[in-house]
Ligand binder design. Structure first.
Ligand SMILES: Nc1ncnc2c1ncn2[C@@H]1O[C@H](COP(=O)(O)OP(=O)(O)OP(=O)(O)O)[C@@H](O)[C@H]1O
Length: 270
C-alpha cells in the first residue's frame, strides 16, 4: 500500500495541511488505553471519497477503537491520522462525520421528525429548513408517513431506519456505522442492506465505514473489506470486492458472492 502521508499530523499534533482526495489516512496507527491495553497496532489504511469499507475481525480486535479515533472521540497514541484532510478533532467540528450504532439512541419522548432533526436543532438551523431536511431523510429511509410517531411505536428495523435518517440529515462526507444491523433478523437486515446501498449510490461522494461480524454482509456491501487480526488489532488483509453496483438478490445467490464470502472467511482464520 502506498503511503505518502507527509501532510498527516502525528499523534497529539495540531491540524496540518490536508491530503487532497484522501478521506481517512492512517499511517502506523496505534492505540494503547491508559490501563495498558494495546487495542490497535501498526494500522495503515487510506480511504478515498465514495468508498464503502467493511471492517471484520474477532471481538475485541479494536474495530470500534479505530472508529472512535477517526471520529475524534479518543486519541491515537502513535502514528499519523488524517480525517477529511485535518486532525480528527478538527474534522469533528466540521459536522461532516456521522455515526450510527447498533443501539438506536433515539429520544423516546420525541416524535420521529424531532428525533431526526436533532442535529440541526443543536446547530440552530431554522425550523422550516429543519422540517424540509427531516422530511427528505425520512423519505429516503421509507418513513415519510411516520413524522409524528414516537420511537416506541416502531419495530427494531424501523428504529434503525430513523437512526440512519438522523445520521444522513447533515449530508455527511463520512458515515461511520458500528454494527448497525447486528440486532436485526435476517430479512430486515437484508432489506436495510439494500436500502443503505441505494442511499449510498445516490450520493457517491459519501464514504461509508461499516463494522460487521457477518462475512455475508461484508461481501454484499463493500467495495473493500478490511480484515483484522485478534487483539492487538492489525490489518490482516484488505480484500477488493469488485462486483459492480447495483447488487441485487441475484448477487447474493451467485458463485461470485460465494467466492468473496469464502475469501473473507479464510482471511479471518489466519
Ligand atoms: N476505554 C477503554 N479502556 C480500556 N480498554 C478499552 C477501552 N475501550 C476498549 N478497550 C479494549 O480495547 C480492545 C478493543 O476494543 P474494541 O471495542 O475497539 O474492539 P471491537 O473489535 O470493536 O470489539 P467488538 O467486536 O466486541 O465490538 C478490547 O480489549 C477492549 O476491552
Amino acid at each position: 500500500m502506498s503511503s505518502s502521508l507527509a501532510a498527516i499530523p502525528s499523534a497529539g499534533e495540531e491540524a496540518g495541511s490536508g491530503a487532497s482526495g484522501l478521506l481517512v489516512g492512517m499511517e502506523q496507527i496505534g492505540k494503547i488505553y491508559p490501563n495498558g491495553t494495546v487495542a490497535v497496532q501498526n494500522v495503515n489504511l487510506r480511504v478515498g471519497e465514495g468508498e464503502f469499507l467493511c471492517f471484520v475481525g474477532p471481538s475485541g480486535c479494536g474495530k470500534s477503537t479505530i472508529f472512535n479515533m477517526i471520529a475524534g472521540l479518543t486519541g491515537h497514541t502513535s502514528g499519523r491520522l488524517s480525517v477529511l484532510g485535518t486532525t480528527p478533532k478538527e474534522a469533528r467540528k466540521m459536522n461532516e462525520i456521522a455515526f450510527v450504532f447498533q443501539e438506536h439512541t433515539l429520544l423516546p419522548w420525541s416524535k420521529l421528525i424531532d428525533n431526526v432533526t436533532m442535529p440541526l436543532t443543536l446547530r440552530g438551523v431554522p425550523k422550516k429548513e429543519r422540517i424540509r431536511e427531516g422530511e427528505r431523510v425520512l423519505e429516503l429511509v421509507g418513513l415519510k408517513d411516520y413524522l409524528k410517531v414516537l420511537p416506541r411505536q416502531l419495530s427494531g428495523g424501523m428504529k434503525m431506519r430513523v437512526s440512519i435518517a438522523r445520521a444522513l440529515i447533515s449530508r455527511p462526507k463520512l458515515l461511520l456505522m458500528d454494527e448497525p444491523f447486528g440486532a436485526l433478523d435476517e430479512i430486515t437486515r437484508q432489506s436495510l442492506q439494500d436500502e443503505l446501498l441505494n442511499i449510498w449510490r445516490q450520493d457517491r461522494k459519501m464514504t461509508v465505514l461499516f463494522i460487521t461480524h457477518n462475512v455475508f454482509e461484508a461481501a454484499f456491501l463493500s467495495t473493500r473489506v478490511v480484515v483484522m487480526t485478534p487483539r492487538p488489532g492489525k490489518i490482516a488483509d484488505i480484500l477488493e470486492i469488485p462486483t459492480p453496483f447495483p447488487r441485487s438478490d441475484d448477487y447474493r445467490s451467485s458463485p461470485e458472492f460465494g467466492r468473496h464470502v469464502h475469501a473473507v472467511s479464510e482471511t479471518l482464520k489466519h
